[in-house]
Design a protein around this ligand. Sequence first.
Ligand SMILES: [Zn+2]
Length: 117
Amino acid sequence: MHTLTHPRLAKLPLEQAQREMGEARDEIARRLQVPAAHLSFPIGDPSSAGPREFALAREMGFSTAVTTRPGMVMQAHAARMQALPRLSVNGLHQSRRAFSALLSGLPFALMNRFQPA
Ligand SMILES: [Zn+2]
């Protein structure tokens, strides 16, 4: 689930951010007849999704939410399931060979010094 209009949620007033997330979730649930329990923050960088959005996703009942902060999912993420890292797949610098390296997680582990993103 990815919001109604793909805004930078952190730039919106709280009520508008909540509406973007809630109405998209409700529409998906209505059309698919299954709960939409997972959120991908639009853009997903720190200027688009931060502590307020992570708390909002948790309060709204999303089981997980992903940012575009590159990293590996680690044990510490269990305490912040609405602020998970993810690998952006966009074709930028992503040849098949480079993509395989990214999927291994090693570049992110090294970049983040084996700490959670
Ligand atoms: Zn998107």
